[in-house]
Design a protein around this ligand. Structure first.
Ligand SMILES: [Zn+2]
Length: 156
């Protein structure tokens, strides 16, 4: 289970709409382990899609320098990189073969489907241990400080 704060969910949807018809991408920061074993995403860090312009509508790429910067930033804030988000302009929120070839274990891969400029479905995927495919990871809502976390789990 990946629990996202409403702010993070909104930020990912807005980024997908802003960069449409290109793919948007960035990191989700938070905690890999929550008290009840789930992971929490409570921050985002947008990065520039490093794909060449003619490929950016169906591919994304994150430069190693951006990875390092995000890792340092997360560490400074006492957080982990829990995942990577990107958008699928006019395609479902399911990972492509390209996504599978470029995925790392551990991270949650959040995909937002953006249909004609409007963010629709949001889904999260985790690479299986043998890296042969992605498994769907349920997305829940992380409570704000002092609220009951996971209260709205299962909401899409
Ligand atoms: Zn993709």
């Amino acid at each position: 289970m990946l629990k996202l704060t409403n702010e993070v969910r909104r930020a990912i949807c807005e980024a997908g709409e802003r960069d449409y018809p290109d793919e948007t991408c960035g990191f989700i920061l938070g905690r890999l382990q929550d008290d009840d074993g789930g992971r929490v995403g409570d921050g985002v860090r947008a990065v520039a899609n490093a794909r060449e312009p003619e490929e950016a509508h169906h591919r994304f790429k994150i430069e190693p320098e951006d990875f390092l910067r995000a890792e340092r930033e997360a560490a400074r804030a006492g957080k982990d990189i829990v995942g990577i988000y990107h958008s699928h302009p006019d395609h479902p929120a399911a990972p492509s073969d390209y996504d599978l070839d470029h995925a790392w274990p551990v991270y949650s891969y959040v995909i937002v489907a953006v249909e004609r400029g409007r963010a629709r479905e949001l889904a999260s995927w985790r690479l299986e241990d043998d890296r042969s495919r992605f498994a769907n990871e349920p997305v829940g809502t992380a409570g704000q400080a002092g609220e009951q976390a996971g209260e709205q789990a299962g909401e899409t």
